[in-house]
Design a protein around this ligand. Sequence first.
Ligand code: B3K
Ligand code: ZN
Length: 889
Amino acid sequence: MRTEQPQVIYLKDYQAPEYLIDETHLTFELFEDHTLVHAQLVMRRNPARGAGLPPLVLDGQQLELLRAALDDRELQAADYQLDGDSLTVQPQAEHFTLDTSVKIHPESNTALEGLYKSGKMFCTQCEAEGFRKITYYLDRPDVMSSFTTTVIAEQHRYPVLLSNGNPTGSGPAEDGRHWATWEDPFKKPAYLFALVAGDLWCVEDTFTRQSGRDVLLRIYVEPENLDKCDHAMVSLKKSMRWDEEVYGREYDLDIFMIVAVNDFNMGAMENKGLNIFNSSCVLARAETATDAAHQRVEGVVAHEYFHNWSGNRVTCRDWFQLSLKEGFTVFRDAEFSADMNSRTVKRIEDVAYLRTHQFAEDAGPMAHPVRPDSFIEISNFYTLTVYEKGAEVVRMVRTLLGADGFRKGSDLYFERHDGQAVTTDDFIKAMEDANGVDFTQFKRWYSQAGTPRLEVSEAYDAAAQTYSLTFRQSCPPTPDKAEKLPFVIPVELGLLDAAGNDLPLQLAGEGAATAAEPATSRVLSVTEAEQTFTFQGIQAKPLPSLLRGFSAPVKLSFPYDRDQLMFLMQHDSDGFNRWEAGQQLAVQVLQELIGQHQRGEALKLDQRLITALGTVLGNPSLDPAMVAEMLSLPGEAYLTEISQVADVDAIHAAREFARQQIAEQLFDALWARYQAHREASRSTAYVASAEHFARRSLQNIALSYLMLSGKPHVLEATLEQFEHCDNMTERLTALAVLVNSPFQAERAKALEAFAEHFKDNPLVMDQWFSVQAASTLPGGLARVKALMQHPAFTLKNPNKVRALIGAFAGQNLVNFHAADGSGYRFLADLVIELNALNPQIASRQLAPLTRWRKYDEARQALMKGELERILASGELSSDVYEVVSKSLA
Ligand code: B3K
Ligand code: ZN
């Protein structure tokens, strides 16, 4: 907690470190009421910083210094300076060894950063700046060292002792204790350090590398979870193979370990050779984890594994470069998931998520470039912009270079920078050098925040048989910059003729076609504020299909009418754009309903939406997962994001009205689909495959529509599914459908039965909390407050906070934004409480309040009032201080 004004750190102030650490030797003595950390650092003056020996300033927080020695000379209090954030000593030679011993308290560490206890086990989370809570160190990613780690702990409580690298020795010690030593030969920054001690069991497998050598794979969990590791293990092996095949990247150590812990601030962490995971991102089996959870496990296992190259072997020079590893690795895991499952469905999910959440961030008070210029607390910059928009930027590089050019670039990047700490400029430079291109203008995607708008207009010249598209780009001002320079926007597009076929695309001036047929889908690079492209040989006015595959993270607008959107929904050869046309149609129809609601008129739905969805539903040749995606109306959060001023109640009423109409008018088709898919689920055992995910997703969205009819036989079907299914996907959907239904008795009974059955499984109980927190029936806040008293709930577990508080404030918009401000007050009270317990979680839960500019004046005043109350509430962590103060600025 801070009392002084927090410091702002700027990218422009970056300087290389004064000293380097070649070797780090650590010994941990773990006890129940404290831990001792002995560090021996083999150091030298950084030759790049010139001559002279300036003072050595080591980072350290919440450490009790017991001893310090320089080259075996014990330091006295007069020989060093200590403050709350650092230890300063004066080296006497270019090469020297520094020894320190400190006492720390993992047993009372509720911030879950540094060394802490999750249940009965010890574990660590060091990224970004947690290592300084373990020992005095140069805690910055451009200081890379080899590590040797010895852990000593009570044998009985902590039979398993793990750290990075390869095990090199172990044995008994005095007083029922034992020790183990690990050596990591790959130089790494301290943020990749990890230690685990506990009573853990593991599942084991091997993977044979392309080069022929075996790697030992282990997933460590608490004994009751041993039966939930298979999916993660299969995912790990698929990831290892994929990275060899697609990027030519082999694993380097002889052992790769994953440990599952229950208390974790994020999803997982890519520590070298010893990934530590939130148990929610490892454990999965049919009975306890949904299809979405299975896909998340696969994606996160891959993501952390891929970091071994994009992050660990080649790391970040400073934290402003975070997207270097995160954007690239998200892009890599998204492509992996696309290859393992349905490519189009994965893209739809990612784009829907980006447009709902990242676009909102980019339009709010915390907006920042993919490579930020400044920060107060780096933990606040693990954002959707750095991760998801960062991945879109890498995707655009691949779109512009093509798959082969991109691979040449990534090969050069890994080869050139192996073992180094580098910048996003270095990444782009490798792409440029490998392909002989100039990406100077493209790099504005890293330095300018905000979502660009791209307005497109058309002109057809029948006499000349030319068709022109004019693109106008602009980017709204963001806190960092008012004026933006034009971006390089790759626009993949096609032109459809009246029968829905793609036309050959030839730009004016490109000359006659060569032997090869001109492409029917191509990428135009829009680089100017206004730019026109003219296609030739177009015999009748076509219909454009723009931004295929969402080729750039922009808000594109083209004046489509609803009939044209229906046509694209049926005929576009790009699967993503078929879905997109359906979304645009739904947005137009929903916005019309919102207007009617605001004017106090009776709601009247444009029948074309029903016709379009009916056609999709009746097409047996469509992938059921695509049908499910197309049946999903844009969410309330997305409708909020695209509104000037979001009318929470009108948005909810309009969307619910449309859902009700769809349910009634398409009842028979939905019922037929539901029954067929439920029958298939009943007669085959659960499989975590794309085909089964697809079938269940359509089955389940159909059921959620059908229940809106309130018909007794739908209730019966829901109860049958709830009671007799063999997997969590079907069971949880049935539960959610009941929770949102008017059938009070059945709802209560199902909730109770579910909780009784799964009370010992914390991850399943998280789902139980979420389903109730997200229910938009009136009285939401009272339900959430009651659930906070449930024995399975605790504010100390981040998963529980996300499941209950996060789901309420993020998904239950009508209840959270209650006009009396009760939702805001509730959230602010919690943030104040969490601030003292776990600043990172407190700061993340704040996000909904920071979006106050989106709402009417009365709500704005209430939300700002709560932010001001938090600011005045006492000693704030730098995490919460930064978000609150920037939101109010
Ligand atoms: N690199 C970690 C993030 C850790 C964030 C700590 N505040 C997870 C990941 O992106 O793989
Ligand atoms: Zn990552």
